[in-house]
Write a protein that binds this ligand. Structure first.
Ligand code: OXD
Ligand code: MN
Length: 591
């Protein structure tokens, strides 16, 4: 056994740079967690909520300009610009280290530096990766204890494996003008400074499990994807697992915890939640794809979470949860827009101001109690639908992959790709309307390949090539589908009820995987025959089903123009297979 020399010397060098008052190693014990919670309450980093109604729950407020991921301040720092590709912001490592060192210098003065050894994935699994995050934020420590397996057990594992991602975070003075989220894939390192927002600072999540892991996955021959994983227990008792990629705040969490609607419950369906955000997938010796969720918690969007959208999540967040940027109600509980029940008569809003329903700002716009990207951090183990296979080192076998976006027009409710290569094209050409999870104009359509636009840690052309290559390596690859729950009618009303009803579409997807039903050929892929989707108990508005599956060729040709523009950004690097698929699509549309 070695004595973790590399880790200790890295911790010391970071301490020399950041100059904390003390260094505290996180051991993962309940005693240490309780001590940190107490200190964080005393320092007002978090507020203790009503312990009768919400045992073990706390509220945190971020700085007002620190409420979402800041993609424009997020960089991939590879030696060659080309390796970061045309989509990522790039900075040469030397420049990045120099620039960030000046900001980190003395940034932890007056605070402790916490050393968090964490494992993404079950400790010791073939799938798992170890990281160590250094941070001066107790909020980060408490969140990491939920989102990852952290503590001494991980250090023991590290003594065997040696390899870890070096994650350095300081909230510094939360100055947005000196905020940087830097990834150094060639050094297996992440530096994040001047933010306190989850997606920027819980470095095991987006930074490690997607950007750095993606880079490693390409090198080592596996996938690190922005996908939920769920098990669908069929009436026979057999469970099939699917993975699905949707951009941020497009309902991955709700889908992963879906509650079967009455019509289908009678058939005996049951859902098992494996993960809501990230999937690590490997080809096993049986030639099929197996997946784990590297996280152990959910970092979910609060607004809109209610008994209809996600009853399982409501049960999960009743205890042991950290709420961020929600409204504090007078009884010391929490509330958000789109919550169940009555709106509190007053409260303290996410900015810490007195709030009353109906208040408007100087432009007459309603003032929200919770920020639209308000979040909760909560352990998966509290979820009533948590999969019993969460701790299994081997993961679960994946039968289908679903890509999807938020499109009010254009894409039908569901379609199936013709084959793996076409499926990669479908994923690579995904687009979605922007949500509150990222800074920018909400509603704008942006291309978001495989929902990885903000999370691909290397040249996206190589990422597409990796996807094509992985398909060729599998004996029995999952089938690839595309879903869009968000199509609207001419008055802007949703055509599909979504939530639990989405199971009807998953049922069709599994029927297709098991060759139980035929489908209709269309220019964009296979479309369901109307009678193959079980609509028992569901009343759709007149002609909704027809509208949900309409393929307007003029709109699709316009879409293809945009795809072409996007593909051209990659120049010669774009795999020829994708141009081939593009041309084939045009041919089919013009037929
Ligand atoms: C998330 C995101 O927090 O995608 O999961 O922004
Ligand atoms: Mn996400």
């Amino acid at each position: 056994m070695n004595d973790l020399k590399e880790l200790k010397s890295w911790v010391n060098s970071c301490a020399k740079l950041c100059q904390p008052d003390s260094i505290i190693w996180i051991d993962g014990s309940a005693e240490q967690k309780a001590r940190l919670e107490k200190e964080a309450v005393e320092s007002q980093e978090i507020t203790l909520l009503n312990q009768e109604k919400l045992p073990g729950c706390f509220l945190h407020r971020t700085a007002i300009n620190d409420v979402a991921r800041t993609e424009h301040l997020t960089f991939i720092c590879t030696r060659k610009k080309h390796d970061a590709g045309p989509i990522n912001n790039w900075m040469p490592p030397k420049v990045a280290y120099k620039k960030a060192s000046a900001i980190f210098k003395g940034s932890m003065k007056g605070r402790a530096m916490y050393v968090i050894p964490f494992s993404m994935g079950p400790v010791g699994s073939e799938f798992s990766k170890i990281g160590v995050e250094l941070t001066d934020s107790r909020y980060v420590v408490l969140n990491m204890l939920i989102m990852s397996r952290a503590g001494e057990e991980v250090l023991k594992q590290l003594q065997k494996t040696q390899e870890f991602t070096k994650c350095l975070h300081s909230k510094a003075d939360l100055d947005i003008n000196r905020r940087l989220i830097l990834h150094f894939p060639e050094d297996n390192a992440i530096w994040s400074v001047n933010s306190g927002y989850g997606g920027n600072v819980l470095l095991g999540k987006k930074c490690l499990s997607l950007r750095i892991a993606g880079y490693l996955a390409k090198r080592e021959g596996w996938f690190a994807e922005h996908m939920l994983i769920m098990g669908i227990e069929e009436p026979s008792g057999h469970i099939e697992y699917i993975a699905a990629a949707f951009p941020s705040a497009c309902g991955k969490t709700n889908l992963a915890m879906l509650v079967p609607p009455e019509g289908l419950k009678r058939k005996g369906y049951r859902i098992w939640t494996v993960g809501d955000d990230i999937a690590w997938m490997r080809i096993d010796s049986d030639g099929t794809l197996w997946a784990i969720n590297p996280e152990s918690g959910f970092f979910g969007v609060a607004p809109g979470t209610n008994a209809k959208s996600n009853p399982s999540m409501l049960a999960t967040i009743k205890k042991d949860t950290i709420f961020t940027n929600v409204l504090l109600a007078p009884d010391n509980t929490v509330w958000w827009e789109g919550a169940d029940g009555r709106t509190p008569e007053s409260g303290v809003d996410w900015q810490g101001r007195t709030w009353k329903p109906g208040m408007t700002d100087e432009n007459g716009k309603p003032i929200k109690g919770a920020h639209p990207n308000a979040r909760f951090t909560t352990p998966i183990s509290n979820c009533p639908s948590a999969s019993f296979r969460l701790e299994q080192h081997h993961g679960v076998p994946i039968s289908a992959i679903i890509f999807g976006g938020r499109r009010s027009h254009l894409t039908p409710l569901v379609f199936e790709s013709f084959n793996w290569q076409h499926g990669v094209f479908v994923g690579a050409t995904m687009a979605s309307e922007r949500t509150a999870a990222q800074v920018g104009k909400v509603g704008e359509v942006r291309r978001d390949p495989m929902a990885m636009l903000p999370f691909c840690g290397y040249n996206m052309a190589d990422y597409f090539r990796h996807w094509l290559k992985m398909g060729r390596r599998m004996l029995n690859p999952p089938k690839i589908f595309h879903a869009n729950w968000f199509r609207t009618d001419e008055h802007g009303k949703f055509l599909w009820p979504g939530y639990g009803e989405n199971l009807r579409i998953l049922e069709w997807i599994l029927d297709r995987c098991n060759n139980k039903v035929e489908a209709v050929d269309s220019p964009i892929g296979y479309i369901p025959r109307a009678h193959d989707i079980d609509m028992t108990g569901l009343r759709l508005p007149a002609r909704a089903q027809e509208k949900l599956f309409t393929i307007n060729k003029t709109d699709w040709l316009e879409e293809a123009e945009d795809v072409k523009k996007f593909f051209k950004r990659f120049g010669k690097d774009l795999p020829q297979e994708l141009w081939k698929e593009y041309k084939a699509l045009l041919r089919r549309l013009k037929k």
